[in-house]
Design a protein around this ligand. Structure first.
Ligand SMILES: [Zn+2]
Length: 149
C-alpha cells in the first residue's frame, strides 16, 4: 500500500488504513523536512503547526479513496517575503479536495458526455462529484488553453 501512496509524492508514508463497503481511507504523513515557500522560493524547515487535510484520489477496486494527510505548516524566514507561513505540497494544489490525477480523470470522463450524466457516472464509479464542480474544472481548463495560445 505504501507504493500507491508514494506515487502521489515520494516523501509520503502510509501510517494507517481503513476499509468500509464503499471507501478506502488512507492516513499518510510526509517525511519531507524542507519545503520551498511558494511566494519567495526560500527553503524552510522550521515547523509552525500540524494539521490534517482530507482529499480524494483515484478509486481502488471500485472503492472510493479518501486520503487524510497529516501535514506541517512551515514558517517562511525570509524577512522580505509577505508570507509568514506556508504548506508545501507538490502533488496537490492548495485548497483543492482532489488529487491532480483524479481531476484529470474527471475531465476525461466529462468531455464525452453532459455534466449531468458525467456527475452520475463519476459518483457511481469513481468519486463523489457535483455537476457544478465538473463545470468549474472545464471552464478553468478552457481558460488555460486560451491563455496559452
Ligand atoms: Zn517566503
Amino acid at each position: 500500500m505504501d507504493e500507491l501512496i508514494t506515487l502521489l509524492d515520494e516523501n509520503l508514508i502510509c501510517t494507517g488504513m481503513d476499509i468500509s463497503s464503499d471507501f478506502i481511507y488512507f492516513f499518510v504523513t510526509s517525511t519531507r523536512k524542507e519545503c520551498v515557500c511558494p511566494s519567495c522560493q526560500s527553503v524552510s524547515s522550521r515547523v509552525h503547526s500540524h494539521y490534517n487535510r482530507n482529499f480524494q484520489d483515484l478509486p481502488i477496486q471500485d472503492k472510493k479513496v479518501i486520503v487524510t494527510l497529516s501535514n506541517r505548516k512551515k514558517f517562511c524566514d525570509n524577512p522580505s517575503c509577505h508570507q509568514t507561513t506556508f504548506a508545501g505540497n507538490c502533488f496537490i494544489d492548495n485548497k483543492t479536495k482532489k488529487t491532480k490525477r483524479l481531476k484529470e480523470t474527471i475531465m476525461e470522463v466529462s468531455l464525452t458526455q453532459s455534466y449531468v450524466s458525467a456527475a452520475v457516472y463519476l459518483t457511481k464509479h469513481l468519486v463523489d462529484v457535483k455537476k457544478s464542480t465538473i463545470c468549474n474544472y472545464q471552464k478553468k481548463c478552457i481558460g488555460n488553453k486560451y491563455r496559452e495560445d
